[in-house]
Every structure is written in C-alpha cells, then in structure tokens.
Design a protein around this ligand. Sequence first.
Ligand code: HXC
Length: 523
Amino acid sequence: MNLGQTSSEQKAEEPKAEQAEQPKQPKPDQREAIVENRRKVSVAHARLERLFDDGTMEEIGGEVTHRVHDFGLQDKQAPGDGVVTACGLVDGRPVYAFAQDRTVLGGSLGQAHAQKITRLQDLAIRAGAPLIAINDSGGARIQEGVDALGGYGEIFRRNVQASGVIPQISLIAGPCAGGAVYSPALTDFVGMVEGSSFMFLTGPKVVKTVTFEDITVEELGGATTHAFKTGVAHFAWKNDVEAIDNVRKLLSYLPSNNREHAPFVEPEDDVERMDPAFHEIVPDDTSQPYDVRKLVNLVVDKESFFEVHQHWAKNVVVGFGRLGGHVVGIIANQPAELAGVLDIDASRKASRFIRTCNGFHIPIISLVDVPGFLPGRQQEHAGVIDHGAKLLYAYCEATVPKLSVIVRKSYGGAYIVMSSKHVGGDINLAWPHAEIAVMGAKGAVEILNRRDIAAADDPDAKKDELIGEYEEKFLNPSIAAQRGYLDAVIEPHETRRKLYRYLRVLMNKREWMPPKRHGNIPV
Ligand code: HXC
C-alpha cells in the first residue's frame, strides 16, 4: 500500500475485489488468515503503521464486527467493522489512534465501530496519551439507525471530556460526512489531504435532493474550502505520507496531557544569538508591508517554526516553535496581509490557538504590529464585537507565560488585546520606534483639530504641523515604558535573547482564576 499516491491511484488499489472473492461467512479457522490479509492490504492499517514508530503498533479489537441482521448487512463481510483501533509509540511516547476503512461499508459508523472508538478514547484519557483520529467515513451507518446516531453521541461526549486533557488530532483522509466531521471539529487540530479528502455534514447528493444545487465534493468541502475559506481545517497536506508525517511532527510540539509540558528539544541554535537581520525585516515606514514569518523564524530556534492555519485568516500568523528548546506558541500580526489588521477570522484563529496553548501549558509569545480592528459594515454585521471579544477573552483567560514585543505599531483596541500588560501580559517589550496610541496621527488630528485646521491660513501646513506634534508625543514607546506598561525597550537584534531570558524564569509560572464552573467566552 503506497500512501504517497494520489486518491485515485489508491482507490484503484483498494482491496474490494479481493474481499468479494472471499467467503461471506468465514469459518473460524479462516478468520485469522482474513484478518492477517487485511492487515497487509488495508489503507487504514498502512496509515496507522506509518503513524507509529516502526514495530510499535498493537491493534485493539481487530476481530470486532457488527451484529446487525437487517438491510442485507448479515451477508456483508465487515472486518473490524470498518475501523482499525490501535496503540503504539510516536517518538517513543504512548499514542492511541484509529483509522476508518472506507473499503468496509464506506467506513460508515455502526454500533460496534463506535464502541471500538469510544473504548480507545477511554483508554487514551485514562492513560493521558494523545488520540489521533484518521477519518475516512460516510458518517452514521444508515442501516443501523439510532444505534449509529447514538454511537456518534458517545464519541462526541468523549471528545469533549478529552478536550484540554489530552491532545486530539484529526486527519481527514477521505470523503467524510456527518458525524465523521463533527467529531473532528471537536478536536484540537484538523488536517486534510488535498484532492482526496472532503468534509461536509451532507454530501453533494443530499444537497442536490434538498436544495437542487449542483456542487462538487471539492467545492463543498475540499481541503481548499476548509483550509483557505472556513478555517475548519488547520492544515492541508499533499498526500497521506505528508499528512501522517506532519501529524507526528505536530505531536512533538504537544505534551502527552495537560499535566505535562511539551517535550524539550536540546537547541542547536544559540539562544544568545543577536542577529543583525532583525534590523532589516521591519521597514520604518509603518505603511510598508513585510512578511512577519521572517521575524518569527529569527526569534525561534532555527527550522522550528510549525505554522498552524497557514492559509486562513492570513492577517495573523500562529504556530508553534521552540525557544531555547522549549515549545512556545507564536501569535504575530502579519503586515503583508490586510496590513495586519485584526478582523473576525483573525480573532477566531488567534483565540482558538491561544486556548490550545493555554490548555497544554505552552507559553505564548506575541509579536505585535497592528493598525487596529478592521472597520466596516460587513465586519460589524457579522459580529466582530463578539469575535474580537473572544480574542480578548482568550488572552485574559490564559494563565501560561505571556510575553510580547511591539515591533512597530500597536493602536487602539488591538493594543489592548494583543497581550498587553493590562490583559495580563507577564513581560511586555517594545522596539525603540514602536508606536502606541489610540489611533494613527492623521486620523487623530482630523478628529481633534478639525476646527484649527479649517481656520488656518494654510490648512495643509497646519495639519502637517499638528501631525508632527502628535507623532512626537505619542508615536513612541516612552510613555508606556514610563508607566510600566512596557517592561523594557529593546534593540531589535536583542529580541531572541531577551525573550529567552524572560521565558526561562517564567516557565514554572502558576496563576489561578477565581473558582467557577467555567467562564462564558463569547463563542
Ligand atoms: C452506510 C454508506 C454510508 C453510510 C457511504 N456508504 N456512506 N453506507 N451508511 N452513511 C457506502 C455506500 O453505500 C457505498 O457502498 C460505499 O459506502 C461507498 O460510498 P459511495 O457513495 O460510493 O462513495 P463516494 O462516491 O466516495 O461518496 C462518499 C460520500 C457518500 C460523499 C461520503 O457516500 C455519501 O454522501 N454518503 C452519505 C453521507 C451521509 O449523509 N451520512 C450520514 C450523515 S448523518 P457500496 O456497497 O455501494 O460500495 C450522521 C449522523 C451524525 O453522520 C451527525 C451528527 C451531527
């Protein structure tokens, strides 16, 4: 089974014909051979073998099958009831994983299939080990009715119980519908395989029946749709191999559970590195764009940045990296996209990431260069107030170490939101030319000095003069530093070193919120 193939190549190799040739009701002595054969040929097994460290995978419940006697199911062979459940090691750490098998009843979920998954979820929660779900399923098995629906309910409930306790990662590896997409949506990360995986509540055939709309699977729920437009998918990978290898990599940034820290990796990159390149990335002119990823890559240990949600809400960049070997979460405004403004999607993306980091003890570093929140009817009517508040809430709620650097500008509400001292930032730094104000000079002068400008002999000259005064007074970090809202003004080339030095004394930070059932984040 070659996981590096495209979806159609894989489909051609799927073992349908082989199964059809086998007896429908195997005798006990044949069963072992069938299970062994399946182990060799099924894509689901191959995917799991690729996920686990070589030779460490152990299957759980490989012989389970359904007990249904209706709709012709009694005559259909269903090895493992369409899902392979297993445990093993990834980079030497315990991990649980299941992979649905599209060649068995469309990977659909019946009662026995669900029970295999819920048993695995229970084991993973008890063992404090991550759970990886490789989804390739048409959703609730139609022939099993309420048993199938109930099975999904049991899975969803455990997804929620596990949330914030163990990392849950979903890989969408084929056409997935109904519960096969709701369960992933309850997990921490969703990755898709380009061209061969799809996510929707109901497929194109049902859409056509209900709404008479013709739509392709790709348009309805392909990787492009979910990784670029909806944000449902955090990752889009080229094929199964790239996807599974990246799931392994993602795991390396996460602790096994919420009582542990993410694995430390001995850094090869000097933590005291003071790179002159820091000075070359950010243009002085605040209206000039630049790619903040360059800055991120200079801050974190070399080659350690692992971007999340790379294609969606690109005006903010989020992802994991390592600083002196410690895993950190990076949140950076991206001036190369919409000038780095915060909007609904950016707020959703960043707040989700903050909560993921906070849930798993991962310190947060914010690189700030933000003109504010995006104004306008579309944003207001789509509820930017709630979504922006969500980001505010996430920063305020996070009790992990929070460090920030204002590298150029930080205006208005966005200044407050982006990990400021006022919302609980532990260490707040700024570069010498950082601009911190309620708004930019031009906007401010036009509001404050409208009459003075109109009454002047030369209104343009007056305006320029007032802008100059405003810039001198507000557009620098001095006042914030004097008030203690900034802990230090640092030279750009010191950024990595300073962040590391502050981080290492914050690693054991403990902070508690007042006791409550739970807060009420504007979801
Ligand atoms: C039983 C199913 C099935 C299902 C697919 N199959 N989905 N069997 N229950 N839910 C079977 C097909 O009958 C077929 O069997 C084989 O799997 C492959 O299906 P195809 O349609 O030929 O494959 P493809 O063209 O790739 O299309 C994949 C698909 C489509 C887009 C996923 O199968 C589809 O739309 N299925 C129904 C999706 C759905 O509405 N599910 C219920 C969701 S409700 P044969 O024998 O012909 O090979 C749900 C409840 C929970 O999940 C919701 C919680 C919110």
